[in-house]
Design a protein around this ligand. Structure first.
Ligand code: NAD
Length: 481
């Protein structure tokens, strides 16, 4: 068996109760990287017990808010010191470009710095009720044990979006990372302990969704589930936690429109379309995979986007010159290929790309950057999340028409607008049903800026100060003087 990775429970490396392991593979080469512990209900029980014990321990419960902030700051420093190792670990596991991962790791400590600064600012209010004889005030208390379930496309960043505010607010956490990417989150848990957080404050149980993930969702001692993943899984989790009246934050799928008006800087817009959909081989929730171009610039935009797409360098994600890495696993490659075939059968024309490749002899799960035209908003390839390097480009004539087309989707995660007309930019920002709107840019993100999905893209807010409410319980106290 290859090198093994155990669960991280109560500050210890813990072997799976079942004695079962599963392999994690490098998607660029199909080589086995390591075997991870296959978690089950017994492992989850251990992890939740450790987290519950840590939550109730004086070492964590009595730590001042300033103290929590200090630990978060130390964790930020440790992540910065280990950034290169974290970037390489994740790049090997999910095939993201090492260059891109290094960029992400430069930004990751900022999340912990941001929430370290907020830790001593979580406070209640004094409420001026009409009864002068009483004092009414509110407090915000931590919830307890938070279950965090995350996907494979950006494990460290998406785990951090939950972990940093949950810890800032005084909760303890059990993380179930994706079965495709266990390694980087296990390493993060080691750094959490090294930073000085008491053992059991952060635990990781690796394994499959239907086993470890479902056991975490169903555990009676969980106070909240914070989930990022597909809308289908999110819906199952929402049903399960709703019957127990538990809170949940659900960050789900997307099929985001990227809209190019006739007055846009076409070079910038074309590059924004390319980066919007082909970054991380299209495996991002915010991928701008439905592009609408004003009919007067449609042909020129097609030319610019397909010319750039055709020259994107596919290859080894560790190599500096590579622009597009592999899809994260075999089923992901099959899914993308299946969607492009479906598009062809629906009448779409493949302008560029349209083939699976092995990455120039690497043997991995690559897929060419693909541009689909002759499509309409009703087709499945335009409505369903492909989660791969595939963009559908359609013409439009009027602002009203494109608003209706852009909003005609079950999703509402993000949208891009390219125009020089400030009035139009504001009108579009008002009318688009999406949680994040980018004007003349795409993908900008910050721990300071809250985001929330509309419609089937999610429930609850991540990032910014708003998310603290998601990890605290409000208490109102009445004191009769
Ligand atoms: P997924 O839903 O298959 O899995 C996500 C996580 O849930 C994994 O850890 C998985 O093991 C676990 N899981 C699966 N079934 C479960 C169950 N029954 N109970 C509990 N846990 C279960 O999603 P994925 O394929 O890993 O990720 C891709 C999806 O994530 C895309 O739809 C993408 O849009 C979405 N995503 C959303 C955001 C966002 O911020 N909105 C960010 C990144 C990815």
């Amino acid at each position: 068996m290859s090198e093994t990775r155990n669960h991280h429970i109560g500050g210890e490396k813990v072997e799976p109760a079942s004695g079962a392991w599963f392999d994690s593979t490098n998607p660029a080469t199909r080589e086995t990287l390591y075997s991870a512990a296959r978690g089950d209900a017994e492992d989850v029980n251990k992890a939740v017990s450790a987290a519950k014990q840590a939550f109730e321990s004086p070492a964590w419960r009595d730590l001042t808010q300033t103290g929590r902030g200090r630990l978060l700051r130390r964790l930020a420093e440790l992540i910065a010191e280990n950034a290169d190792e974290l970037a390489t670990t994740e790049s090997l596991d999910n095939g993201k470009l090492l260059r891109e991962m290094r960029g992400q790791m430069t930004g990751l400590p900022e999340y912990y710095h941001y929430y370290s600064g907020l830790a001593d600012k979580i406070q209640g209010d004094v409420i001026p009720t009409s009864d002068r004889a009483v004092l009414n005030y509110t407090m915000r208390e931590p919830l307890g044990v938070v279950g965090a379930i995350t996907p494979w496309n950006s494990p460290l960043t998406l785990t951090t979006s939950k972990l940093a505010p949950a810890l800032c607010a005084g909760n303890t956490v059990v993380i179930k990372p994706s079965e495709y990417t266990s390694a980087s989150v296990l390493r993060l848990a080691e750094l959490v302990d090294e930073a000085g957080f008491p053992a059991g404050v952060v635990n990781v149980v690796t394994g499959f969704g239907a086993e470890a993930g479902a056991a975490l969702v169903d555990h009676p001692d969980i106070a909240k589930i914070s989930f990022t993943g597909s809308t289908g899984t999110g819906s199952r989790i929402a049903s399960s936690v709703a019957s127990r009246f538990l809170g949940s934050t659900l960050e789900l799928g997307g099929k985001s429109p990227n809209i190019v008006f006739e007055d846009a800087n076409l070079h910038n817009a074309a590059m924004g379309v390319v980066a919007g959909v082909f970054a991380a081989a299209g495996q991002t929730c915010i991928a701008g995979s439905r592009v609408f171009a004003h009919r007067s610039v449609y042909e020129e935009l097609l030319e610019r986007v397909s010319a750039r797409a055709a020259t994107i360098k596919i290859g080894d994600p560790l190599a500096a010159e590579t622009e597009l890495g592999p899809l994260a696993f075999a089923d992901q490659q099959n899914k993308v290929a299946g969607y492009v075939d479906l598009g062809r059968s629906e009448g779409a024309r493949v302008l560029t790309g349209g083939h699976a490749t092995d990455g120039g002899g690497l043997g991995g799960y690559f897929y060419e950057p693909t541009v689909l035209v002759d499509v309409n908003n009703g087709m499945r390839v335009v409505q369903e999340e492909i989660f791969g390097p595939v963009v559908a480009i359609m013409p439009f004539d009027t602002e009203d028409e494109v608003v209706a087309l852009a909003n005609d989707t079950e999703y509402g995660l993000a949208a891009g607008v390219w125009t020089k007309d400030l009035g139009r930019a504001h009108r579009m920002a008002n009318r688009l049903q999406a949680g994040t709107i980018w004007v003349n840019t795409y993908r900008a993100m910050s721990p300071m800026s809250p985001r929330q999905g509309f419609k089937n893209s999610g429930v609850g807010v991540e990032h910014g100060q708003e998310t603290i409410k998601e990890y605290t319980q409000l208490k109102s106290v009445w004191v009769n003087t």
